[in-house]
Design a protein around this ligand. Structure first.
Ligand code: ASP
Ligand code: MG
Length: 356
């Protein structure tokens, strides 16, 4: 018995049947004598559909109006889930982000939570209500609606768990935990029973889709253990916490990123400082360089290769061409048919490499 925060993502509340399924999970938890706060995302592809609707009208709409629109997705979910819980005969109340006390800064579409005022939440819990809160949203100093950025409901859930000092924060999703690789793509991917915040953060930052990385950062900072579990398959999930059992495994996970272009300059004159000049030039053009490879010099020349995101490749090549020591006929190759594969390990460094 205690206070439990349960978060359900878009796929877990995608239709009436799934909403009823969530109502069942939530009320089972409540029946066991727990106080329950539920955070939900917009149903299925609702957020994408709303973005598409906005684009039909104005591709340049202000972020304030985008937030006003996108926050409506979660409003639908909380009302429907509250109705489902009512139909099972339990006391419940739905709250928008601002009603649940979420204050944020004013960066529309990527707002940061400043504070969660828990008065209302505590009052409703005190009245023995199941509280259903809209994820992904808050209110800024001007009392305008803001959203936290895509996937932000995870962060809403962790913020409530921190503010209420919850005993547990469960993140329900359509996979049954954190795997060593994407289980939809890799058949023998293994589920981890535990993983550390840092490892999870690396996996999330490198492209694993299970948890939003800001939510993991916040959980780490306030030491809130997160449990990633399936809303469809009632088996134990993965616990994300400070220290994890090793399970005799060095490699914790593998992720891939296909938004990669590899640029190679072949046959550069091998003089000291040339690499520095190249990377300074790219930095001056705000190009983020990821993996860098330099060949050993031969016949006073050497090759330098590096990766950038695909949309940065044309600008990078243009910038290189503008360098005085890059002659017109010096070959610059650009290969977009590559991917970055990262291996995240316990006590190891991340070793990303590219493969064609
Ligand atoms: N509905 C929002 C999104 O699709 C927030 C979330 O799902 O966490 O990004
Ligand atoms: Mg969503």
């Amino acid at each position: 018995m205690g206070l439990i925060v349960q978060k359900f993502g878009g796929s877990s509340v995608a239709n009436a049947e799934r909403v009823m399924n969530v109502a069942k999970i939530v009320t089972d938890t409540y029946k066991q004598g727990n106080d329950v706060v539920v955070v939900v995302s917009a149903q299925g592809d609702t957020t994408d559909d709303l973005i598409a609707k906005a684009k039909e009208i104005n591709t340049n709409a202000t972020k304030r109006e985008m937030d006003m629109l996108l926050a409506s997705g979660e409003q639908i979910s909380i009302a429907l889930l509250a109705m489902a819980i009512q139909s099972l005969g339990f006391p419940v109340i739905s709250l928008l982000g601002w009603q649940a006390g979420f204050s944020t800064n004013s960066v529309y579409s990527a707002a940061r939570i400043k504070k969660v005022n828990t008065d209302r939440l505590k009052m409703e819990l005190g009245n023995k209500k199941i509280v259903v809160v809209a994820g992904f949203q808050g209110l800024n100093d001007k009392e305008d609606i803001t959203t936290l950025g895509r996937g932000g409901s995870d962060t809403s859930a962790v913020a409530i768990a921190c503010a209420l000092q919850a005993d547990k924060c469960q993140i329900f999703t359509d996979v049954d935990g954190v795997y060593t690789a994407d289980p939809r793509k890799v058949k023998n991917a293994k589920k981890l029973s535990e993983i550390t915040y840092d490892e999870m953060l690396e996996l999330a930052t490198l492209g694993a889709q299970v948890l939003n990385n800001r939510s993991v950062e916040m959980a780490k900072k306030y030491n809130i253990a997160l449990e990633v579990i399936s809303s469809l398959n009632p088996i134990p999930g993965t616990i994300v916490k400070e220290v994890a059992k090793m399970e005799k495994m060095l490699v914790r996970g593998v992720t891939k990123d296909t938004d990669v272009a590899r640029i190679s300059i072949v046959g550069l004159t091998d003089v000291p400082g040339i690499a520095f000049k190249i990377f300074s030039k790219l930095a001056a053009n705000n190009i983020n360089v990821d993996i860098i490879l330099q060949s050993v010099g031969r016949n006073n020349t050497k090759d330098i290769a590096f990766t950038v995101s695909k949309d940065n490749a044309p600008v990078a090549i243009e910038a290189l061409r503008a360098l005085p020591f890059v002659d017109e006929d010096l070959p610059i190759e650009c290969d977009t048919d590559v991917a970055k594969v990262s291996v995240v390990g316990a006590g190891m460094e991340t070793h990303p490499g590219t493969a064609s």
